[in-house]
Design a protein around this ligand. Structure first.
Ligand SMILES: *[C@@H]1O[C@H](CO)[C@@H](O)[C@H](O)[C@H]1NC(C)=O
Ligand SMILES: *[C@@H]1O[C@H](CO)[C@@H](O)[C@H](O)[C@H]1NC(C)=O
Ligand SMILES: *[C@@H]1O[C@H](CO)[C@@H](O)[C@H](O)[C@H]1NC(C)=O
Ligand SMILES: *[C@@H]1O[C@H](CO)[C@@H](O)[C@H](O)[C@H]1NC(C)=O
Length: 218
């Protein structure tokens, strides 16, 4: 009986400790969730082979903490992210895939992708983005795929794809694009597919595709 009581008390103490931990004040109302916790917060990654952090569909409102520095694929799609901090991926220098598809982002900071030199695939499709900061992709010279479809973009900064020599696929469909900068594709010689459907573009600027000899699909 005594032992049971002691065990019971310990149980209560543990519950209390957990609650106190949960209610710690932080920058946001709730503590940031763990990316890959051993505490049962989520069962996402890292996958042994890809060093993947898979936090798909977890109702996260903020970027999880403790993303391992060796992560190469970070999937945060189908969450409720409303805000991304600067340098969000600066501690994961080997990341090649960042997936932010289907969230609630209305804007992103210019330095969001600082330090992501190896990034190949980026999706921010399915958000509420109205504009993008110039220089957003300046630190991603190896980008091959970029998905920005299903947003509310009215324009795209002229320099967004500057010097993206490996860029092969751009998806901008289902936005509110009115016009395209004439120089948008002037340093992307490897574009193969460009998706521009479901926008409000009335005309393509003269010479827009002059530097995209490999274009196969438009
Ligand atoms: C997302 O998670 C919810 C709750 O766990 C689940 O019911 C739903 O089927 C999931 N959706 C997808 C697309 O995986
Ligand atoms: C990134 O990859 C390189 C080469 O595989 C490796 O030497 C380095 O330790 C990795 N960096 C991190 C932070 O895991
Ligand atoms: C990634 O880093 C974690 C934490 O240091 C380590 O446990 C894990 O083995 C690493 N994975 C790889 C594949 O290097
Ligand atoms: C990105 O996330 C979306 C939605 O969860 C998924 O359909 C897509 O396959 C993902 N792409 C990659 C490369 O992870």
């Amino acid at each position: 009986m005594k032992i049971l009581l002691v065990l019971g008390l310990q149980f209560i103490v543990i519950i209390l400790t957990c609650n106190v931990k949960d209610e710690q004040p932080s920058h946001h109302k709730k503590p940031r969730p763990e990316a890959c916790g051993s505490h049962g917060v989520c069962k996402c990654g890292p996958d042994e082979e890809y060093y993947e952090v898979n936090c798909r569909n977890r109702t996260y409102k903020v970027v999880p903490r403790n993303i391992l520095p060796n992560a190469t694929k970070i999937v945060l799609s189908e969450n409720a992210l409303e805000y991304m901090p600067e340098n969000a991926f600066a501690n994961t220098p080997n990341v090649t895939v960042i997936n932010l598809t289907v969230n609630s982002l209305t804007k992103v900071p210019m330095k969001l992708f600082a330090g992501t030199v190896l990034l190949k695939y980026l999706s921010i499709g399915g958000n509420h983005l109205e504009e993008l900061p110039p220089g957003l992709l300046a630190n991603a010279p190896n980008l091959e795929f970029i998905i920005l479809s299903h947003n509310k973009l009215t324009s795209v900064p002229a320099d967004l794809f500057k010097n993206k020599h490996k860029l092969s696929v751009i998806s901008l469909e289902k936005n509110n694009l009115h016009q395209l900068s004439p120089t948008m594709l002037s340093s992307t010689p490897n574009i193969k597919k460009m998706f521009l459907g479901s926008n409000r573009i009335r005309e393509i600027p003269d010479g827009f595709f002059n530097h995209t000899p490999k274009l196969q699909y438009l």
